[in-house]
Design a protein around this ligand. Structure first.
Ligand SMILES: Nc1ncnc2c1ncn2[C@@H]1O[C@H](COP(=O)(O)OP(=O)(O)OP(=O)(O)O)[C@@H](O)[C@H]1O
Ligand SMILES: [Mg+2]
Length: 258
């Protein structure tokens, strides 16, 4: 495990899927939120972002998605191929799971037969083939989150941005969702930026964990996670896993002066 300073913001070899260079963002009311953020995320790399509440993590994701223009800095992202998954699954209550997953394909003008097949495959890949015809009110929180994942997955994004997607589900369901997400990551080969408040989730999922400072957020530390994929749930009980979690927790405590 290495902790690198922000000056050495490490990146993987090969073409980066995203690169951001010197991103700064202040809102019109002059709230400075992002300060000089430089980051490169490689093709098929999984990076998590942790940081104090309100520091600017969601704002950073919005900038990376292209939804929010930075005040200054350079950004390269695969702008048409970005999937975004939020904590709130935001499903349409009057549509079945299958029809919810079809929504984006519909907007893109994909014909009904093709989109039904693509949507069904995406639902199957998150383990919900049997629930395709259920309405959101008939699904548990974890299942709704799976539908939300499938809805983004169906467009085959090159880059997946996650904003605390599993924060509202219980710990056991969250661990299951983490494994499912890693299985998707192995097969669909997207790059991922995953914001979470859970240190163990960040360590379990990612190759690197970026620790942000309090607002205005800058990159305070980058922690390399030494485990290969595929990862087994058992790694959670290994000493190296605890060591990574401890390092991140100490950095966060220091950043928040607690
Ligand atoms: N449109 C806006 N105008 C002014 N300030 C804003 C706007 N949107 C967000 N902010 C401020 O930017 C800061 C960062 O917000 P952001 O939602 O990115 O934080 P966060 O790290 O995601 O927080 P949390 O951990 O609670 O999810 C906050 O102080 C927030 O009040
Ligand atoms: Mg947020």
């Amino acid at each position: 495990m290495n902790s690198t300073t922000p000056e050495h913001h490490a990146h993987r070899s090969g073409t980066p899927s995203i690169s951001a260079d010197g991103i700064c963002l202040s809102f019109p009311d002059s709230t400075e939120v992002l300060r000089n953020i430089s980051i490169e995320i490689g093709d098929h790399e999984f990076v998590s972002v942790v940081g104090p509440s309100g520091c600017g993590k969601s704002t950073l994701l919005r900038v990376l998605s292209g939804l929010q223009k930075p005040t200054s800095g350079q950004l390269n992202t695969p702008s048409n191929d970005v999937g975004f998954v939020f904590q709130d699954p935001t499903l349409l209550p009057w549509r079945t799971a299958l029809r919810n997953v079809e929504t984006l394909l519909e907007l893109r003008g994909v014909n009904a037969t093709d989109r039904r097949e693509l949507a069904f495959n995406a639902l199957s890949s998150v383990g919900l083939a049997d629930s395709a015809n259920k309405y959101p009110r008939q699904l548990s929180g974890g299942m709704k989150m799976r539908v939300s994942l499938a809805r983004s997955l169906v467009t085959q994004p090159k880059l997946f941005l996650f904003d605390e997607p599993f924060a509202a589900v219980d710990e056991f369901a969250r661990e299951q969702l983490n494994d499912d997400l890693l299985a998707l990551f192995a097969s669909a080969k997207f790059s991922a930026v995953f914001v979470t408040h859970s240190i163990s989730e960040a360590v379990y999922l990612s190759q690197r964990v970026i620790i942000m400072s309090a607002r205005p957020a800058s990159i305070a530390h980058i922690i390399e996670i030494p485990f290969d994929y595929p990862r087994s749930p058992e790694i959670r009980y290994q000493p190296d896993f605890a060591k990574c979690c401890g390092t991140i927790a100490r950095h966060l405590r220091q950043l928040q002066n607690i």
